[in-house]
Ligand binder design. Sequence first.
Ligand SMILES: Nc1ncnc2c1ncn2[C@@H]1O[C@H](COP(=O)(O)OP(=O)(O)OP(=O)(O)O)[C@@H](O)[C@H]1O
Length: 941
Amino acid sequence: MSVDNSFSVGQRWLSNTETELGLGAVISVDFRSVEMLFPATGESRIYTKQEAPLTRLTFEVGETVKSQDGWTMTVTDTEETQGALIYHGLREDTKADARLSEALLDPHIRLNQPEKRLFNNQLDKPKWFDLRLNSLNHQYEYQRSSTIGLGGARISLIPHQLHIASEVGNRHAPRVLLADEVGLGKTIEAALILHRQMKTGRVSRALIVVPDSLVHQWLVEMLRRVNLAFSIYDESRCEALDEEGENPFENDQLVLCSIDFLSNNPQRHEQAMAAGWDMLIVDEAHHLAWSADAPSPAYQCIESLATATPAVLLLTATPDQLGHESHFARLRLLDPARFHDYNAFLDEESRYSQLADAVAPLLSDTQPDAHQMKVLNDFAPDVMAHTDSLDTGEARYALLHQLIDCHGTGRVLFRNRRSGIDGFPERHLSSYPLPAPQAYDGAIHGGDLTDALYPERQPSVVSDWTSLDPRVDWLLNFLPEVKPEKVLLICASAVTAQQLGEVIRQQSGIRHSVFHEGMSIVERDKAAHYFSEEEDGAQILLCSEIGSEGRNFQFAHHLVLFDLPLTPDLLEQRIGRLDRIGQLQDVNIHVPYLEHTAQHVLLDWYHEGLNAFEETCPTGAGVYEQVADMLTHACLSPDDMLASAELVETSQTLNRQLKSQLEAGRDRLLELNASGEGRVEQLLEDIIELDSSQDLSRFMGRLFDAIGVQQEEQGNDCFILRSTESMVSQLPGLDPEGMTVTYKRRAATTLEHVHFLSWDHPLVHNAIDMILTDVHGKASIGFIKDATLPKGAYWLEALFTLEANAPKSLQLGRFLPQTPIRICLDANGKQADHSFDVHRPAGRKVAHQLTKALHQPLTLQLETARKLAHQQANQIQHDALTAMHSTLNGEIQRLQDLQKRNPAVRDTEIAFIEQQLQALDKVIQQADVQLDALRVVVNNP
Ligand SMILES: Nc1ncnc2c1ncn2[C@@H]1O[C@H](COP(=O)(O)OP(=O)(O)OP(=O)(O)O)[C@@H](O)[C@H]1O
């Protein structure tokens, strides 16, 4: 390649000032001027010959050239005719001899090798070098950080959630049951686990399966909390995609659909199976009913998907809702080899509860007595054999954590209880006795429990019950009393909800909305949205039972239970719509009921027998199992005061007993494991440190400025981002209408419409990618003003990257992400330890003179820099290999040790890490050094 200054038609030149024009061709030359056509953009320019800001592009023997037709060849010879060059060589595609006149070179050529750009005057502002260096540094830090995939979630930092997310998110193909009590954030935990696994390359394709009523809420939560855009799949979407003739489920990486849609539709289920997933998430998994002879269709549908998918997360707040056997069956879905026998599982459970007593002293940091020591020895002889003494708190703490590791179910099942978590509001019950209308007599005394509890649904009264049931008048009076406060009403049936809605419409001006299974998903979401609107929204949302699961209505503080469900778990689910994380006030529960009817009996049973309204009642299901007959009897004979009193009394006694059994047998290890106490603190600190650092906002400020995105302060820690006309190119993810962003967690969690920019955010990644994939900043020349350094001295800064290629699933980024290596050499080729604040770019002419004059020394410096970069790279590779071996061998060892004591460690987990180690060993050794950018810095104090 050489530089020439006489123009001839056919020659190719690059513009030094408008590098985006591509490669120009001389189309005419006269005495004073030269006309240049830039075929890539179709533009032409006329320059004065003397001052044309152009550099001739020629290639030398050994270099590769590309023709305008797309083929390439390595130059073996050149000849010149009438001032223009003809290149000779061997075509790479046909291997035939070829000649290529320079007029026929590819006009889109953009020199991307830094040295070519430097010596061809394709120069950018020197700040771009810093941007490239900083982008690489930040990207490197991000890949290795402990907070990846968690720090950027738009959530408040709640320890038990972060613990579960990092514990499960770091596993290979995790298969777990997330079973925190209602409203403790299982959806958030699942979102965090998925996000962590995606950001670390473990998962690309995920399928979420939820009840109909929760589809949209999941869509919104995934997008809002962790920026994951799921596509909702239903029959109409699949039909539209069918037309393209492919499996519709292969069209998207992140798919969300309802369990009914899959389990009622064998063809779609088959297609979902065939599409293949890395992770399956199933919400409200207590619906997956199972017994050995009659597994439900929903269970079978999920079972086949779970068998074919490596990572599975099942979510339920009430694992025992359909019986303990079904609970076992869900564990069996996760690990059929380990949970193969229900009786063995029961045995194991009872062993853990015996352990509870023995563990208690360790929890309160005291010495276990002799009997307790024996139990501990029996449970974990291995661990105990290595425990010399339990005299110190540290030794007791260490033992406790080793015992947690040995806990079979603790690896698979995470259950946090409300009692272990602060900050929940109080719940208050107000009950309203009302006279039962005569028209209900038949239903109340007819001997059918459903009729007795829900008399309004009897065919004989159904048409006009709203005019005679006093609960309706009560509701019409109650709403104005609490106006404008929002009220969520739940009742058992869709018809009741609709009819109540109709009465409110006809008899009051109250804004209301209904939510039931007869509505489409879109209609339901509209209704829920209307209810959530603060100013002009509905005051009351009337829900059938489908409103009692999963939904987030904690912005309301009044819950009307227009009727009561028969099981305590369902009652807890209903109350859980308001009593959940994010509820800022006490929850007021209102129950209007018909006096001396089954409703009255049920209310007293819940309130006096179980205290289930004002406190969560984890023992409710157990009591119910034992008193179900008594309860039915008392409900069917509501005038039998004795029966009711006996029911309440028996239930109180049972509840006390079960509570103390639960307390005694409480699986404290399981709870301790799920809470993350003692393990999550470091991660929390890391995230808090990240939150308080200004690095991201400063870096993005400079980056946005450079690429032409305007960032305008808006108050409340928010900024508005807008694209400008000077944008380098389109930034994917930037809303053309502008978008409001914040770098502060507090603002992000309180202001819904604001994007939370973090190192995890796609816009940040896209902006960094834009910098690193563009040629901007590959070469630059600039001045510094430093009186302490010799005047006129110059340095070459060379930025290299060390990188290897590996499939994402190997998680190369943990050990050797793309690694920047900056080498700075002075004019003598000696390494200098300066970092420069290059404030002024060299003017075009000066830059041209400098590269011309310094061509040879710079070429030599660059060679030296390459050698030094390779030396550093060797060391980095060596360190990465050592770290990788030690980390992964450590993980293998730990899992193998654990597996001896805890059968929940699957062989596949260990095998994966062994393979990962082998593969990474090769990959890291094959890593290569690339030159990314060059900057010449001249001191001009
Ligand atoms: N860390 C958090 N930061 C902010 N909001 C949160 C956090 N964790 C949970 N929430 C909110 O609390 C509510 C309950 O969380 P989530 O829906 O994940 O609970 P859940 O355990 O799945 O509930 P359910 O048992 O009712 O299905 C939701 O509105 C959720 O957005």
